[in-house]
Write a protein that binds this ligand. Structure first.
Ligand SMILES: Cc1cc2nc3c(=O)[nH]c(=O)nc-3n(C[C@H](O)[C@H](O)[C@H](O)COP(=O)(O)OP(=O)(O)OC[C@H]3O[C@@H](n4cnc5c(N)ncnc54)[C@H](O)[C@@H]3O)c2cc1C
Length: 444
């Protein structure tokens, strides 16, 4: 008899598990809250969620976060994510570096090995299918190369970033995030369409509200589809709604223990400066990287930078117009501490800890030295707002799911960034895809 499985969410985790199970003739329904996006539509619907500090938490949850409180730092922070078929993968920069244990001792590889899960084969499989390759040298832009050379003089090595890009068809336009016209970048829609070819049914605009269960076993899901309440029955449900939504569905379904309490997001910011005719914004973004344990740095143009640099010049009474082509930037991304909490309304409360600040400061110092070594104007250095684009840790393995990725309800599994226990400080898509492949083998 064909197994009947409902998958909630079609991002990195949901799409991969759908595709893997579809290879073995499962009867699969993929429900996604959002619509079918083109990549450029997805960018327009990129959501920015403001994070409040832990002081402003709602009263009913206060007892859960006393241990998290850290009053040292109050910084404005925004989270970025996409809802719709393919999830947040549509806006990714195709970075596939996942950090092995020698790059970062608390890498995802180590974290899951501690849970007795070896993902080595799944990483290899995923890398092959997603065409992961270090950015080839002839795809490296001149300003990126200039950065590599300046870094070497300062004593740190920048290596090519592994990318899930098919370089046979990539046209080097640098538009990976906004619109990859040749379709060279992998995104989760690739796996969704493979799953559909194998018979899976995709239902967009289906907002799942809760998981239905009886006597400790899953019986189905309830949600809103085209404005109407709808119930779908199944004894196996895989929750892949992403780290911001999965905890809400769990709580609505009566699963509360350990849920939404250890939120992280791989905090990042970009340091930028004026460098005439740099044209970094037209190069493949984040083409190289340098790893420093819990953080890494990588060339990155942010649309925030030109106006910020111009403003800084105006304050110095310098009347210089700053255009995107005259800006060079470096992203610093850290493995932040899990000092975050999602309340019952989905609001996120998070403090930036002293350790987070120390790592960011180290990265800012390195990036500033590097920009100046490249010839950027030292008087122009600015820092972008702090953001997080890798939310996770809201249903961690060992607390909310077991090593089989199953919750306390029989038949309810979680497969998205929520189950990563601590911040990887590295792009998580490859890890999530590898985990989903592992889950498919476990439940087959
Ligand atoms: C600008 C940007 C660039 C990034 N670049 C990279 C990169 O280069 N490399 C990398 O590894 N990572 C990158 N990331 C992070 C990466 O995209 C995410 O970490 C990853 O997609 C998370 O996968 P997921 O399966 O947990 O969730 P998602 O991919 O976000 O998928 C969640 C899905 O669930 C659906 N959903 C939510 N709630 C419900 C509900 N109630 N009912 C039904 N469906 C629901 C959503 O519509 C969505 O489709 C980037 C993120 C951003 C914002």
């Amino acid at each position: 008899m064909m197994e009947n499985t409902i998958i909630i969410g079609s991002g990195a985790g949901g799409a991969t598990i759908a595709r893997e199970l579809s290879l073995n003739y499962h009867n699969i329904k993929i429900l996604d809250k959002g619509p079918l996006h083109t990549q450029s539509d997805a960018v327009l619907s990129l959501k920015f969620k403001k994070v409040t500090d832990l002081e402003n938490i709602e009263i009913p949850d206060i007892n859960k976060i006393n241990h998290l409180k850290n009053k040292d730092h109050r910084l404005d922070l925004e989270l970025m994510y996409v809802e719709g078929v393919g999830g947040t993968t549509l806006v990714s920069l195709a970075n596939a570096c996942y950090a092995c244990s020698s790059c970062y001792t608390d890498s995802t590889t180590t974290q899951f090995q501690l849970q007795n899960l070896e993902l080595y084969n799944e990483f290899l499989e995923a890398s092959k299918e997603m065409k992961v390759n270090p950015l080839p040298f002839d795809f490296r832009g001149p300003t990126t190369q200039k950065m590599v050379e300046a870094a070497e003089k300062l004593g740190f090595y920048m290596e090519a970033m592994p990318k899930f890009i098919d370089f046979k068809i990539c046209n080097k336009c640098g538009n990976c995030l906004y619109d990859c016209k040749p379709g060279a970048k992998w995104d989760a829609r690739d796996y969704i369409s493979q799953a559909q070819k194998n018979g899976a049914e995709l239902i967009p605009d289906f907002h799942v509200k809760k998981i239905l269960h009886k006597q400790g076993k899953v019986t189905g899901v309830e949600g809103i589809h085209q404005g109407k309440k709808r119930v779908l029955n199944s004894s196996r449900v895989i929750l892949s709604a992403g780290a911001l939504n999965t905890p809400l569905i769990l709580r609505n379904s009566g699963i509360t223990q350990g849920v939404g309490e250890e939120f992280f997001c791989d905090l990042f910011l970009t340091v930028g400066a004026y460098l005439k005719d740099a044209y970094l914004h037209q190069e493949i973004p984040m083409g190289v990287k340098s790893e420093f344990g819990p953080y890494f740095i990588s060339p990155h143009y942010s649309a925030f930078l030109p106006a910020a640099i111009e403003e800084k010049y105006h304050k110095q009474k310098k009347n210089i117009n700053v255009y995107p082509q005259d800006v060079v930037g470096i992203m610093i991304k850290i493995a932040d501490e899990s000092q975050g909490f999602i309340d019952t309304k989905g609001n996120i409360h998070k403090d930036v800890t002293s350790r987070d600040i120390k790592l960011l400061q180290e990265g800012i110092n390195k990036a500033t030295d590097l920009l100046i070594a490249m010839g950027a104007d030292p008087d122009s250095v600015v820092i972008s707002p702090l953001r997080g684009a890798h939310p996770g840790g809201t249903a961690p393995m060992g607390k909310v799911v077991n090593q089989n990725m199953q919750t306390s309800l029989e038949g309810l599994y979680i497969m998205d960034a929520s189950i990563i226990p601590r911040a990887p400080g590295r792009p998580p898509i490859l890890t999530i895809v590898a985990l989903a492949k592992k889950l498919a083998k476990i439940i087959e």
